[in-house]
Design a protein around this ligand. Structure first.
Ligand code: T1G
Length: 666
């Protein structure tokens, strides 16, 4: 089946794309469209053509599964050229999420009619590529280049009404989209965008050149472009998108289309784009596996604990439209967390009508079990209890409750109201009903649920701790905190680990290490610089000094000779002869250790699949999307390179190092 059929509405042909589940553009669909365009072009009884989608979407974009190899013919630009060359008006009936290649298909049409529930846009930069079929070159005939730069670089979809207001759509209807599109096809003429001049805004001179780097300082648009390139210099897709927009203002449409396609193809073949495609499918898989067996009504939600995390969780639910009851025993803490949609109280009895409780009190087993037991007695029978604990044993917490099956973990990552992923921790006793409620809550919040089992730190914190541990070993061996932070920043991390530690507070990890003291084997390497810093009151930004020094009111980390002396003293106490490492050695060592811990987690069955770990680490812990996550990074190493890296890692870590099975990483 080509996925395309032609229906008749009197003297208008309706070409229907029918390629479930999202009408992605495949070679079969493109062949079907070309056949339909040729057939209708030769039909003298027709007055016009409509392109419509069966199901929810007109076309959700290219089928990303085609991108790993060479894209099979016919290519999308060939289809779009056939639309522009068609003798009759072709009208796009836009529905659902018509993005990327789907929006490019609509832009090649003479008119664009959309349902008011539709969205259009160019998400390509978020996939490490740029539009490859005229998305930039045709849109610049409708939008000012400065606005187009924003649309392409943000990669965010536009609701139909907003797109219409900006001139990207001709009409928005509440219903009867097909009928309206047929009427417009019958009564319109051709209007081929590539025959129009680009909207060059402030009257840019025709510089008649292709832009691939930093444009000259010759106008307002160039300044915007230079700013974007400066802010996103590490993202080749953004740099290429800016170049394609600048080129589209300066050269004829055909040449600009060729440049756009060439840049799309170059980027599509890049490791960064492959990494983002991996994460796309890993996310949709996690969403599919995280769908509740039965959708549960999530009406009022009770949040216990109004500290940073509790307040953030309450804010997330309130923003998602749920009624929230936020309970804390300290009125002054509640006052700081109060906001629209959040009712605050110091009494747990206020939770009597909630459908779900999320507990976010201090990380203390006894306090949590007391609060959870009290809440269990107040809420309706069967209402699930979700604990936001970062690393306490869920099974031990559950065992302390009269009905252990009601408890599970809902581990939010800071900032709770913004992070796109939530770690759902199933305890041994957790019931399917409790799980369904938490998965329904994740769906309401619009967060990707990653379902994991119980172990120390669950999956996210455990894998991230392995990453941090290796960074501290490197400092003990001879690298400076700045060496490690800089190497990982250049690898794409948003912040270096030592700057992150200073931001979150060194005392947080210090308490976690004290909790593990009893179980630690003295033969295992234990970097003690972080302890020494805490014992000197250096807790990070909040005390003006941690791994770095901070000026009053500033968050800029400065190297501190006192820290260098503490590190030197720690090395001397262990008779370590310091040897610093190259950035490449630092990155390989740290990423190999992170991937290795992921392999151990997979072997223990605590995580279900490598993609889940990659989604969790990239969306929740700042692991660079352009690396695809620790598992994807490891799975794309050249043959033998990962084994060598793990071998070097094992020798560096010494006693206690456990090698995971790299085969498990995807
Ligand atoms: N390619 C392949 N599979 C896709 C797909 C795609 N583009 N989009 C979705 N799927 C699969 C998905 O993996 C899942 O599979 C199922 O469809 C349902 O998806 C040439 C270069 C459209 C808003 O970026 O944003 O065009 O898990 O769960 O929640 O210049 O899918 O069931 O096996 O997400 O209803 C641009 C990506 C591509 C749109 C629907 N287009 N898709 O959300 O369903 S690049 C996109 C989405 C491009 C041009 C450029 C969403 C959706 P499974 P789902 P949904």
């Amino acid at each position: 089946m080509s996925g395309v059929r032609v229906e008749r509405e009197g003297d208008v042909a309706v070409v229907v794309i029918d390629n479930p589940p999202v009408n992605a553009s495949t070679a079969a669909v493109r062949r079907g469209l070309l056949d339909a365009l040729r057939t209708t072009a030769a039909d003298t009884t027709l007055a016009g053509v409509v392109l419509a989608g069966a199901g929810r979407h007109l076309m959700s974009g290219s089928d990303l599964r085609e991108f790993d190899g060479e894209i099979p013919d016919p290519q999308l630009p060939e289809v779009l050229a056939a639309i522009e060359a068609h003798p009759l008006p072709v009208v796009a009936a836009i529905s659902g999420s018509t993005l990327g290649g789907g929006f490019e298909l609509a832009l090649a049409c003479d008119r664009r009619i959309a349902l008011d529930t539709a969205r259009v846009g160019l998400p390509e930069v978020g996939l490490g590529i740029i539009p490859g079929a005229g998305g930039i070159v045709r849109t610049i005939r409708l939008l000012d280049p400065g606005r187009l730069l924003d649309l392409v670089v943000s990669a965010k979809p536009l609701p139909a009404e907003a797109a219409h207001a900006e001139g990207l759509l001709d009409e928005v209807v509440a219903d009867r989209l097909r009928d309206r599109a047929v009427a417009v096809a019958r009564s319109s003429g051709k209007r081929v965008l590539t025959e129009l001049p680009p909207r060059t805004g402030d009257g840019l001179k025709e510089s008649a050149r292709v832009f691939t780097g930093l444009p000259p300082r010759t106008g307002v648009l160039e300044e915007i472009a230079r700013g974007l390139i400066a802010r996103h210099a590490v993202d080749p897709a953004v740099v290429a998108a800016v170049g394609a927009v600048m080129t589209a203002t300066a050269v004829p449409a055909r040449q600009a289309l060729r440049h756009e396609r060439a840049e799309f193809t170059r980027l599509r073949r890049s490791p960064g784009a492959a990494a983002r495609r991996h994460l796309f499918f890993a996310r949709t898989t996690a969403m599919r596996e995280g769908r509740p067996g039965t959708d549960r009504r999530i009406g009022p939600v009770g949040v216990i604990g109004a500290g940073t995390m509790g307040a953030g969780i309450a804010r997330a639910f309130a923003t998602a439209g749920a009624q929230v009851v936020l309970v804390d025993q300290k009125p002054e803490v509640l006052a700081r967390a109060a906001r629209d949609g959040v009712r605050t109280s110091t009494a747990l009895t206020e939770l009597a009508d909630v459908d779900l409780v999320v507990e976010a009190v201090i990380e203390d087993h006894d306090v949590k079990t007391a609060v959870l037991a009290e809440a269990a007695a107040v809420v309706r029978p069967g209402v699930p209890l979700a604990t936001n604990t970062s690393y306490l044993d869920i099974d031990a917490l559950a065992a302390a409750l009269p009905e252990p099956e009601r408890l599970l973990g809902m581990h939010f990552l800071a900032p709770a109201h913004r992070t796109a992923v939530v770690e759902v921790v199933r305890g041994r006793a957790t019931s399917p009903d409790a799980l369904d409620h938490v998965l329904s809550a994740a769906k309401l919040l619009g967060k990707v649920p990653v379902i994991v089992g119980v172990c120390d730190g669950f999956v996210g914190n455990r894998v991230f701790s392995a990453y941090r541990y290796q960074c501290e070993l490197l400092v003990e061996e001879g690298s400076s905190p700045r060496d490690v932070d800089t190497a990982l920043l250049d690898a794409g991390f948003a912040m270096g680990p030592f700057a992150v530690a200073d931001m979150s507070g060194l005392d947080v990890a210090w308490r976690a290490r004290r909790r593990r003291d009893a179980g630690r084997d003295p033969r295992e390497r234990y970097p003690d610089v972080a302890d020494r810093l805490v014992e000197k009151g250096r807790l990070g930004q909040k005390t003006g000094a941690g791994w770095y020094r901070y000026e009053e009111g500033s968050r800029i980390p400065h190297d501190d000779p006192e820290v260098a002396a503490i590190i030197a003293d720690s090395r001397a106490s262990k008779e370590i002869d310091p040897r610093s490492r190259t950035p490449e050695e630092i990155v390989e060592r740290v990423l190999a250790a992170t991937a290795n811990e992921a392999a151990l987690v997979l072997a223990e069955g605590v995580a279900a699949r490598p993609g889940d770990i990659d989604v969790l680490l990239t969306l929740g812990y700042g692991f660079p999307a352009r690396l695809g996550g620790p598992c994807h990074w490891a799975s794309t190493r050249p043959p033998g390179a990962l084994a060598d890296a793990l071998d070097r890692l094992g020798r560096a870590v010494g006693w206690g190092f456990r090698a995971g099975d790299p085969e498990l990483l995807g």
